[in-house]
Design a binder for this molecule. Structure first.
Ligand SMILES: [Zn+2]
Length: 304
């Protein structure tokens, strides 16, 4: 794992190098004020990370604002190390990451999820086009004969765009709501899934196969579902239904970038867009969010 990181970051050594890297990723054409769009700012360099004050409207912007690192006290070097480890074909789990970058499990868990959500956000913008194949599938199916859903079993749709020779170019896997189905042999409605993942203007043909009850099974897509299931089981030792979709999006994100600059794309995805917060990740209620904010404010006061 260490050699992977060294190879990915051979050009960068110090925290200052990563500050420069993030600046280039966040503002590739130079500074832009988030409030007024002005191009010039004063640098306030007395903090751990530079702060920029717009010379037109005086708005202050942190380098990590609007990135996955927003609000984090973890050094940028460790963040970029975590990002590069997420490009490994086998992925990285929170325990492995906490050992690799020497942070607590909770910090590693949060970093992993924030990076995964950056992948998910980018995935949402990439619709399938051209010749599209779709199948339903079950993840973590049981071998017993009962038709009742088991807690671990999950219903998903797998879709792929393929070239004329049938070569898969891009995939999407979406968890379906199994609780609206009568039993584990019933397949969910495919139309909502199609409208969610297929670009109607650029789709040439959509072929739907059903896993159960007749019809021709699409073994190529079922094999992809099997690979996703194996990856989740191997690296993450199983995933809770609550977080399953974001792990599936991570699998699709890496799968779809076999012939693309994966590390560069992931660094860019992590350097822009909204950042998911810890309360949002754990699905906290309004009362819990208030307590969390209050605790954070008190901790900040004690520290300052
Ligand atoms: Zn401004």
């Amino acid at each position: 794992m260490q050699s992977f990181w060294e190879e990915a970051c051979s050009l960068y050594e110090t925290e200052e190098d990563f500050i420069q890297l993030l600046y280039k990723l966040k503002w590739p054409e130079g500074f832009r004020c988030p409030d007024c769009g002005h191009k010039h700012a004063y640098l306030i360099g007395t903090r751990r990370l530079p702060l920029y004050q717009c010379s037109a409207c005086d708005t202050q912007t942190s380098l990590i604002a609007g990135t996955v690192m927003q609000g984090s006290r973890t050094p940028l070097r460790l963040w970029f190390q975590a990002i590069s480890l997420h490009t490994r074909p086998e992925g990285v789990n929170a325990v492995q990451l906490s050992q690799a970058i020497k942070v607590t499990y909770k910090t590693a868990w949060l970093i992993c999820h924030k990076i995964r959500h950056a992948m998910q956000r980018q995935n949402c913008h990439e619709m399938l086009t051209g010749l599209i194949r779709i199948t339903d599938a079950k993840l973590f199916p049981r071998t017993t004969g009962s038709s009742a859903w088991h807690e671990q079993e999950q219903s998903v749709f797998v879709a792929a765009s393929a070239d004329e020779a049938g070569q898969i170019e891009r995939i999407k896997i979406k968890k379906q709501n199994k609780h609206v189905l009568k039993n584990c042999y019933e397949s969910p409605k495919v139309e909502p899934f199609i409208s969610e993942v297929v670009d109607p203007n650029l789709a040439e043909k959509v072929t739907v196969s059903r896993h159960y009850f007749g019809g021709k099974r699409d073994y190529v897509l079922l094999n992809i579902a099997q690979k996703a299931q194996n990856a989740l089981a191997r690296t993450f030792r199983g995933v809770s239904p609550k977080h399953l979709q974001v792990y599936l999006d991570q699998f699709c994100y890496v799968f779809n970038r076999v012939n693309r600059p994966l590390l560069q794309e992931l660094r860019m995805a992590c350097s822009s867009g909204p950042c998911i917060t810890y309360p949002a990740l754990i699905g906290a209620t309004a009362a819990t969010r208030y307590r969390f904010r209050k605790r954070k404010t008190m901790a900040w006061r004690e520290a300052s």
